[in-house]
Structures are given as structure tokens and as C-alpha cells.
Ligand binder design. Structure first.
Ligand code: GLU
Length: 296
């Protein structure tokens, strides 16, 4: 008998959950139930500056209120930095990482002369490769000085290596649909992100690295999440190939919008699940108003 499918909902405790998260959590939970699968909750709290214990407590409270149940213990990323360090060391040994000492301001200054600098799918200017051209002696000197640095992925080199490992095309499998209706085996072009940060100056990992390591360690077979993360999937698939991790199936769902057609945000306090609950909303009201059952 093949093992039961494993699904996960993976919020970051950096604000209160809103109906968009309720949609995402319920989407995951209902898909897990329909598939006779397991449902895990993972707390993505690698960022100590933004993640707070009271937000984590609120996640448990809100999800229980929505009627969700999950397996214990919950994986908290901050407790597993060794796992990310191990994966980072493997990437480093492959020669696909390089240190970057440039600040955000220096990067903006370096592209300021361009009338329309190339941008990544999130709209940020692509990293112009400043540190890539550092002479090796200078790079060594900077590293020896102990100056904090980001570790960036040498994207062309990483893609070449991934292609070598897979024998050509790299793709992931999308079961629901991307923002442009992408579905099935989606060939990927992670180069649209440029040389992304894999380990940050302040935290020796990144969202991308931690999520890929955890999905593999937790044996996640189905990743369900919002379409805002659809274009991050090529990065995840690339890292999975390099680290020889299994590829989960992906199911990206539509985003919940406010009445003006904007995505809900954690900073919009009045629309948090907690605020709505205090106003007398029930879980059924949340589902009716924001999460059309037909799309769950
Ligand atoms: N932690 C991410 C977020 O809160 C979700 C990560 C994922 O589902 O891959 O947006």
C-alpha cells in the first residue's frame, strides 16, 4: 500500500491571519481530507525580527476556531537551523553559492542609471551581479574580515548543474493552475529571479531553502498554497534537483481579494480573523463571505 499523501499549511507568525489565510488553510485541509491524507501545520519563523510568539499563539487559536486539527508536534523552523546549515553546506560544496557583501542601497545605486532595470516576478530589480565580479583575493579578504554577508545562488551555474542531473528540461507538476492558467508539467525558467539570496546576512537560511528542506524532511507529497507563490516554485524545484530531494505535486489556489480587488494584507488589522471573530463573525460567515466553497 502506498503511504497516505501528506499536506501542509505553513504560515509565518509575523502578523495576524486574515481570511486569505483561512482560505488557504481550508483549501489545504479539505484537499488532504478528500485525498485521505495527513494534514501538517508548519510554523515558518526563521525571521526573528518579524516573527513573534503572540502571532504564533494567534495562529493556533484562529485555526482551531476554524475547526482545523493537525498533527503534533508542529514543526517550527527556528528549531531546525542545523537542517538548513547542512543543505547549505551541500550547495556550497557544489560551487553554486557565492558571498555578497552589497547592501540593498548599493544594489539600487548600481541599477539606478538604467531606465528600466530588469525585474524579478515580485517587481524587485534583478541583482546586478556586483559581488560575482569580485577578484578571488578580494573576496577572500572580505570573508576573512568576518563582515556579515548574504550567500547568493549562482543561477546560471545552478541551472546548468540541474540540467546535467536531470538530462535536460526542468519542470514541476501543477495540479490546479498558475496565474496564467499554467497546469500539468510546467517547464521552468528560474533565471527570471537572477542570483537570489539563499542564506541571509542575519539568518543563515532563506524562505526558499527552508521550505524545500522541510517539505522533503516532512515527506510532503502535495504543496498547496496561494498563486502569489507560483513563480517561487521554479526556485524550489531547482533546489530540490540540486539537493536530490523528491518533487511534491503543487496546487496553487486563487488569492482572496478585498472589495477593491486588492490582496488582503497582514497589516490590515481590521480584517484579521481575530478582529472579525470579535465583531461576531462565525467560521461559517468567513467561509461564506471569502471562501466560495466551489473553489475549495
Ligand atoms: N510561509 C509562507 C507564507 O506565509 C508560505 C510558504 C509556502 O506555503 O510555501 O506566505
Amino acid at each position: 500500500m502506498s503511504p497516505a499523501p501528506v499536506f501542509r499549511f505553513a504560515p509565518s507568525p509575523n502578523g495576524l491571519l486574515h481570511p486569505g489565510h483561512a482560505f488557504s488553510a481550508l483549501f489545504c485541509y479539505k484537499n488532504a481530507q478528500a485525498a485521505g491524507g495527513r494534514f501538517l501545520l508548519r510554523i515558518e519563523d526563521i525571521d526573528p525580527g518579524r516573527c513573534k510568539p503572540h502571532f504564533e499563539a494567534a495562529i493556533y487559536e484562529d485555526l482551531h476556531w476554524l475547526g482545523l486539527e493537525w498533527e503534533e508536534p508542529v514543526r517550527r523552523q527556528s528549531e531546525h537551523m542545523d537542517d538548513y546549515a547542512h543543505a547549505l553546506a551541500r550547495l556550497e560544496a557544489m560551487g553554486v553559492l557565492y558571498p555578497c557583501f552589497a547592501s540593498r542601497r548599493q544594489i539600487s545605486a548600481a541599477v539606478s542609471h538604467l531606465s528600466s532595470p530588469p525585474r524579478d516576478p515580485d517587481g524587485a530589480p534583478l541583482y546586478p551581479g556586483l559581488a560575482k565580479s569580485l577578484p578571488p583575493a578580494r573576496r577572500k579578504e572580505m570573508m576573512a574580515s568576518g563582515k556579515a554577508c548574504n550567500l547568493r545562488l549562482d543561477m546560471p551555474r545552478a541551472i546548468a548543474l540541474a540540467k546535467e542531473k536531470t538530462g535536460g528540461v526542468i519542470s514541476f507538476h501543477e495540479q490546479a493552475g498558475g496565474p496564467k492558467g499554467e497546469r500539468g508539467d510546467v517547464a521552468i525558467s528560474p533565471q527570471i529571479w537572477g542570483d537570489i539570496i539563499i542564506a541571509r546576512k542575519d539568518v543563515p537560511t532563506s524562505y526558499h531553502l527552508s521550505v524545500v528542506v522541510d517539505d522533503a524532511l516532512q515527506k510532503i507529497s502535495h504543496v498547496t498554497r496561494g498563486q502569489d507563490l507560483f513563480y517561487a516554485t521554479p526556485i524550489h524545484r531547482l533546489l530540490q534537483i540540486l539537493l536530490e530531494l523528491p518533487a511534491p505535486l503543487y496546487r496553487h489556489h486563487r488569492l482572496v481579494l478585498d472589495s477593491a480587488g486588492r490582496r488582503l494584507s497582514k497589516s490590515a488589522r481590521d480584517i484579521s480573523l481575530r478582529a472579525l471573530r470579535q465583531k461576531g463573525y462565525t467560521p461559517a460567515d468567513i467561509q461564506k463571505q471569502w471562501t466560495a466553497p466551489s473553489t475549495l
